[in-house]
Design a protein around this ligand. Sequence first.
Ligand code: FE
Length: 354
Amino acid sequence: MTRKTVVAVLAAVVGLTTLPSPAGAEGAHVNLYSYRQPFLMKPLLDAFTRKTGIKVNMVYAKTGMLERLKAEGRNSPADTVLTADIGRLTDLVRAGLVQPVVSAVLNANIPPQYRHPDGLWFGLTTRARVIYADKTRVKPGEVTTYEDLADPRFKGRICTRSGKHAYNISLLASFIAAKGEKAAEAWARALKSNLARRPQGNDRSQVRAIKEGECDVALGNSYYMGKMATNDKKPEQKAWAAAVTIIFPNQPRAGRPGGDALGRGTHVNLSGAAVTKSAKNRDNAIRLLEFLSGDFAQRIYAEQNFEYPVKPGVPLHPLVASWGTFKADTVHLTEVAKYRTAAAKIMDRVAFDH
Ligand code: FE
């Protein structure tokens, strides 16, 4: 979507900027800015309204949310923001757009690793950055770690999207957290030298490239497997998904215990929410987040996008469950966020995209 379209889409949301002040004649409400599509959110938001009587006004924006919030400043009608990737949540924090929230419900539902220590953001779903491997050209056990992707045996066999994308920056930042900047730079350089083609496209198009024989392995987020495998609108994507298997990198095993950097677990990122500094309906925003972190919403919310619920014990979508269980890297995502700038600089230094 172009910037112009985003502005047009945002401008088309009638009434939001002219709402009367909190809970006026309109009754209890909360204003939500969401990167998640309305048709996905609606069943959940309707359930929330039925349960609490609080109406949800939602603005959907695929991009440009940070810019919009910055431009609106204190006058922003947004009470809460839903977005994905620790990078984007951290950008909201750094821009001073969110406020701390203390909620016993949120703290009980969401493990500490997946929320900001001061309540500046809360994870709602998680996703693993996995390795997609061709079912026939990659032998079982041939690739089991991110580090393997730097090995010369993968020369010309790897595809990935841009090194500048938030997903790859966060992965590299997690690598820095585990092994330091020097090792991370060496890894990024070696990974680049193994690429089958210049970084391009999105995560799904890497799996397509595997299906088409351009490469054997790719980096991608786990939920895309579910989206491709069930895509009735673009059935060719089912064939892409059928060509690959999901490998959860860096699992502990004999000779690679959990305490070892190689057994640190798969990099996991999240989608999450924050309450804005400008929130005029703060309590209602918190109630919405509490609802989204509860058993009922967690199941639906995670299933819609083939993600993992943050709340322990919530059942997985059967397809997601079929990929198997795995250990997630336990490094706190605020720690990962600290290294994002360093990671972006490494991507530049190794000219990852060129
Ligand atoms: Fe994505």
